[in-house]
Design a protein around this ligand. Structure first.
Ligand code: SAM
Length: 232
């Protein structure tokens, strides 16, 4: 069974965007994963198709209505049965996304992703529908759609058969607690700068050792926080 992603959004036209191209797009075409978008406005039942209202207690902006979003989420149940995929709400308040979380999502059967807009989502629907809040970083976007695209891009490349080489994935940043070592390709000399000779030595052991040392050095310089964790 392929990985199934359902997106609830007020902007279905923002998908598949980059997910329809390159690695993710080819995997989508092959059926390694599926993507379905659901327009939240279709679940508004008044004649103006209202999806938002002013914040209780006052303040700027609007809030996504719980009744409309609740109906949209419930529409994904088949014969009244809700599947066991995690239901995520993209949110700056959420748990910061990391590679371990991506790996866990990729190991499951899929995800349901709610994209917020306006000032956010009524708290009651977050609780009542057990939405797990996920943040892509400590900054505020105008909507959850770009965040959902980032999350799915990171997940899809880890799905079985999607990446050309499973080995390259193991060597990547964050996979072993370190950032990736520097990479080089031909020409051997470019603007007077040489590829480190060890990489051209044909000695796999020496290459691995060099890469590991470089990964430690890069991590220590660029992300001392990660390096501290790695060392402990
Ligand atoms: N008023 C909210 C706050 O201060 O936390 C920000 C709402 S933001 C303008 C609208 C929507 O964009 C959010 O509901 C969420 O879905 C999405 N969003 C914004 N920043 C995000 C982030 N860093 N990670 C994930 N989603 C984000």
């Amino acid at each position: 069974m392929s990985f199934a992603a359902d997106i609830l959004t007020l902007y279905p036209q923002m998908f598949p965007a980059s997910l329809g191209m390159s690695i993710a797009g080819r995997a989508l075409e092959r059926g390694d994963w599926s993507l379905a978008t659901h327009h939240i406005r279709d679940f508004a039942i008044d004649k103006h198709k209202t999806v938002d209202d002013s914040p209780a207690g006052g303040g700027p902006g609007m809030v996504l209505k719980p009744d409309v979003l609740g109906r949209a989420i419930d529409s994904l149940a088949v014969d009244g049965v809700v599947d066991d995929r995690p239901r995520l709400l993209m949110s700056p308040r959420g748990k910061p996304l990391n590679q371990a979380m991506v790996r866990e999502f990729a190991a499951g059967s899929g995800v349901v992703i709610v994209c917020g807009r306006f000032e956010g989502v009524d708290e009651r629907v977050i609780t009542a529908r057990n939405l797990q809040e996920v943040s892509i970083g400590d900054y505020v976007l105008s909507g959850g759609e770009p965040a959902a695209i980032i999350l799915l891009d990171a997940i899809v490349r880890l799905l079985p058969g999607v990446m050309g080489s499973d080995l390259s994935e193991l060597d990547e940043s964050f996979e072993n607690g370190l950032l990736e070592h520097p990479q080089y390709t031909k020409p051997r000399v470019w603007e007077g700068l040489e590829i480190p000779p060890v990489l051209l030595s044909g000695n796999h052991g020496a290459v691995e050792k060099w890469r590991h040392e470089q990964a430690k050095k890069v991590t220590k310089t660029k992300r001392p926080d990660l390096f501290e964790k790695y060392e402990s």
